[in-house]
Design a protein around this ligand. Sequence first.
Ligand code: ARG
Length: 410
Amino acid sequence: MGKKTAKIKKVVLAYSGGLDTSVMIYWLKKKYKCQVIAFTGGVGYGKDLESVRRRALKAGASKVYAEDLREEFVCDYVFPALKADAIYEGKYVLATALSRPLIAKKLVDVAKKEKADAVAHGCTGKGNDQVRFEVSINAKNPELKVLAPLRNWELKTRLEEVEYARKNRIPITVNKTQLYSIDSNLWGVSIECGALEDPWAQPPEDAYRITVSPEKAPAKAEVLEVSFKNGIPVGINGRAYKPVELIEKLNKSGGSHGVGRADLVENRLVGIKSREIYESPAAVILHTCHRELQNLTLDRDTLHYKELIAVKYAELIYNGLWDSPLKEAFDGFINKTQEYVTGTVRIKLYKGSCIVTGRKSPYSLYDKGLATYDAGDSFSHESAEGFIRLWGLPLKVRAAVMKKVKGKRK
Ligand code: ARG
């Protein structure tokens, strides 16, 4: 213990403003006799960075960095995942997972600027986030020490933390009615714990934060036209939007129609199955539109190959490997495929559903002459005959051989 105490003079802590990390400022100072610098990154809805700053100082931080990271989050993390069609286990749009490498990068930057010898985070020892933070931090700076007090400090329950805070006069705001563990950002809200720990239990309505229940959604549908340029969403209903505003607008519209809810038992990297619910209206709308536009503009082989990569890409994000060379190599492929993913998709939001009703693009590969069943058909029907003969040849040959072999056996 004495060893550690001697070594660490300055720590940069990923500070959320909640109970764990507020207590952690005091605990770190006491344990290591070090300075604690708090870092807060705003990736969600107008998080009140000023009040977080005040709270960190009151809890004993010697300095606070509170930065609005929304634009960087959307442009450098969310959009690459959207272009990749990255969705984990068929349902999770990776909102929490995508924010971790960005926060890790900022922690490393602040640590360098402040000449700190360690960074710290408030993740538990059971989740994915500890892995994502630590892998990303060390991929950026292999020398930096990472502390995870929640994994090994003596405070075993929330109640003990509250007690510790009271004894040491650490200002905290504890909400006793806090039933769930929630992580939220522009790309989605992740909700776990409490009543959700029973995978059979229907999620209580009070668990949701940004969507109404489909039953309570308006009886009138809302139609939106979402435009993309090179795989990136740039406008809604003919109006140009900046990245952050575009996502905010779609969260609002989608949320008001009950779009974007998901309920799943997912496989954590650490081997645990966990039940989690998600709300991600904008992400669901954009993924739906993006895939549809690709259906129109990508050739079959590229499209199908890209689907294989999407699964792997989502796993890399989920498993904390955002900074891996494999992910970087995939980006080269994915960006190339997005060259002509430009155009507009029309969708209808209605009582929890997001249904595509139209798509168009200057690079559309759809050929009406080839597809039509009416007059003007340009497809070569005679060629189909020869094509089928060769296409099915291996199966036909095999069937003939089998018939002969089996006939002999009798
Ligand atoms: N299970 C998700 C993930 O690993 C979200 C975890 C977020 N934490 C929470 N408090 N809900 O990415």
